[in-house]
Write a protein that binds this ligand. Structure first.
Ligand code: UT7
Length: 396
């Protein structure tokens, strides 16, 4: 019996704070006209204050996807968070989301493939399901790139926005869902789009701060040329792999980076009609790995995808990477009932927070009892600098 992976839930979340081109033109030497004509972007959403982070956006999108699927968080076997702006280098943002959702049965890990990351993660989730390692997998694309851009660099700060999108894939015996994927990379172009400092190669120092190496650096023109080539190639390849033709495709959902990239690659090179391409970058800018799941959610909500329709999700990004997936949209899934919503939102998610707090406190108490107060202090996530100037070696 063949096993398929079908999308049974989808959701998105973007911060409330809108940053318009007009506002940006008061911050850097740019104009609404330049940004609109060169990129297609009119405004973007950005996180507001320390309480909004990549994990909180991801959690909101994940909850919306669970609602849509009518599933409790405990049904998830795996959570994959694709992001280039994780909460920390480690632990994985996915673990923080797992804890917040109360997804007590789920494994969790982050995936880093920049703007192609969501489609990479979708391919990984599909692989887990068809190889019978998991039945239900949450795939999230989430970013807070506003925290990584240099707000004085007009080459990059006008492009990016924050947001999150999520889908739930589930095993099924009915044909459909993810039918083919194409994943590619070319590390010779790694320097074209990067965050040079903060990793093990260039740990943070006064020098990296002075040089602005902890901000996104990009050769926009080179990335543009690469994008227009690979988007068309990856789309053609994935359609062929699924045994279909472009005429069979109801909708292409491209990575929302720049309207000119979409126009050149999808519309001109593939001769694909505009009416069957989904675009929302005018409202959100480039949300990197979150752009495709956000666009997918909006496309479904707008009725642009009907059961049985074939769609291509295609992206490109830092790495350099590219990725495409061909999906067949599944049957409608029942919306969650009011009492399920009440149980999950009012009780389960709150209970999960309490449960998490209880586990943290319990760990501290055990540590205090078995190892003494001094070591408990070392368990703080951001340990205070030691008074004697020596590094503390904390572990949990
Ligand atoms: O998810 C992947 C992320 N990256 C991308 O998708 C980036 C792909 N690349 C692009 O989208 C485009 O290359 C950009 C939108 C970044 C730039 O557009 P472009 O048409 O390639 O412009 P350019 O870099 O050739 O710059 C043209 C001019 C330059 O001035 P001069 O040298 O001709 O006098 C820039 O300094 O535009 C200037 N410029 C700006 N002017 C006003 C660059 N950025 C701005 C700006 N506002 N924000």
């Amino acid at each position: 019996m063949s096993r398929y992976s079908r999308i049974i839930g989808w959701g998105m979340y973007v911060p409330e704070r809108v940053l318009t081109n007009e506002e940006l033109s008061r911050m850097v030497d740019t104009s609404d006209e330049w940004i609109r004509t060169r990129t297609g972007i009119r405004e973007r959403r950005i996180v507001n204050g320390p309480s909004e982070t990549t994990a909180t956006l991801a959690e909101r999108a994940a909850r919306a996807a669970l609602d849509k699927a009518g599933l409790p968080a405990t049904a998830l076997d795996m959570i994959i968070v694709s992001t280039s702006s994780p909460e920390h280098l480690f632990p994985a943002t996915a673990c923080i989301v797992q804890d917040a959702l109360g997804a007590t049965r789920a494994g969790a890990y982050d995936l880093s493939a920049a703007c192609s990351g969501f489609v990479y993660a979708l391919a990984m989730a599909h692989g887990l399901i068809v190889s019978e390692q998991a039945d239900t997998v949450m795939v999230i694309g989430a970013e807070t790139l506003s925290r990584l851009v240099n707000w004085q660099d007009r080459n990059t700060c006008v492009l990016f926005g924050d947001g999150a999108g999520a889908i739930i894939l589930q095993a099924s015996e009915t044909p459909g869902g993810v039918l083919a994927t194409v994943l590619g990379s070319d590390g010779s172009g790694a320097h074209l789009l990067s965050l040079p400092a903060g990793g093990s190669r260039k740990p943070p120092s006064f020098e990296t701060l002075r040089n602005g190496d902890h901000y996104i650096h990009m050769d926009g023109k080179a990335v543009f040329r690469f994008a227009t080539r690979v988007m068309a190639e990856a789309t053609r390849e994935v359609v062929e792999k699924a045994g279909l033709t472009l005429d069979d495709i109801a909708l292409i959902i491209p990575h929302q980076a720049n309207i000119r990239i979409i126009e050149t690659s999808v519309v001109r090179q593939l001769h694909f009609p505009w009416e069957r391409v989904f675009v929302n970058l005018d409202r959100y800018g480039n949300t990197s790995t979150a752009s495709i799941p956000i666009a997918l959610t909006e496309a479904v909500e707008a009725g642009r995808l009907q059961p049985g329709d074939y769609a291509v999700l295609v992206g490109f990004g830092a790495g350099l990477t590219w990725a495409a997936a061909l999906i067949q949209w599944g049957p409608e899934v029942p919306e969650v009932t009011w009492w399920q919503r009440l149980w999950w939102h009012v009780l389960w998610y709150r209970w999960s927070r309490l449960r998490s707090l209880y586990r943290r406190v319990r760990r501290r108490v055990f540590a205090f009892y078995f190892r003494g107060r001094e070591q408990v202090e070392q368990w703080r996530f951001t340990s205070p600098p030691s008074p004697d100037g020596k590094e503390k070696q904390g572990e949990e």
